[in-house]
Design a protein around this ligand. Sequence first.
Ligand SMILES: [Zn+2]
Length: 349
Amino acid sequence: MKVIFDAAQRRHYPGFFLTSGARAPNPETPARADILLEAARAAGLTPEVPPDLGLAPAASIHTPEYLAFLEGIFARWQRIEGASEEVIPNIHPDRRGGAYPLSAVGQAGYHMTDTSCPIGAETYAAALRSAHAAAHAAHRVMEGESAAYALCRPPGHHAFKDLAGGFCYLNNAAIAAQTLRASTPRVAVLDIDVHHGNGTQGVFYDRADVLTVSLHADPTRFYPFFWGHGDERGEGPGLGYNFNLPLPRKTGDEGFLAALDRALSRIAVFCPGALVVALGLDAYEGDPFAGLSVSTPGFRRIGAKIGEFGLPTVLVQEGGYVCNGLGGNLIAFLDGFGATHRVAADTER
Ligand SMILES: [Zn+2]
């Protein structure tokens, strides 16, 4: 299996975020990518740099208005006297109407759901390369590889069509799913990050061709709070094509694996031609976000269960923050996945 990554993805280096109102170092650091890349190599994956795919992957999901904002906002922000170095919103419109502000501050509020997605000089370029990694991994799978791992950083699953949020700017998992749609009529996205994949849900909420399923810590007391509840099932033609499995805080391996069984059963009856796994590793018991309590051996079992499914699969990196277990958890997941995924693919042939 290949690990798709470009060093330019390291250049986004957000300074801080607000947690419970307090300024704290932003945990979505380039060091994450270094640890994950080393772990992927240790698991036997071959590194590959994605080609420059331009704007097409991002434009397949995100609005032109939003992409223009991401492209230009850092330079515009620098022209505001006394402004912060990074773009951070200080207004959060509820139920945005039709009016679109011309001001940089107004647009930052319009396009950013929270303060944890600051935009620096290199953010847009790094996010584009992260999206290229996802799209290229999908291309590899469409060309016949049974699976590929996109080391997407910055991550993507909290980004909507026109909204950044939660360390995310471009929705890499959605981009992978949309890319795969060119080769198969139905694609499933399985999000196992500790946080609900609200952006991915939002992108496909009214669509029946992409099933979105998310396992995550119950949002009644956990980010992203306003999405991820069990009664969010999709709308319009997409009604019944979104499945949320909120889990009690500190749920461990057995509870997580039982929920994963439910998720995979739902995906099985959707009969997809390909699978995207939004691979957060922050459900780990030692992750700084402390939402769930999956162990390192638990990630191996999770990988094995997903591998047994035997679908062409794009693994897209989401969360998982610097802690002692981060690299080991990726190795465990990939080992478990690789062991069973080959078997399932062989059986199918
Ligand atoms: Zn997360």
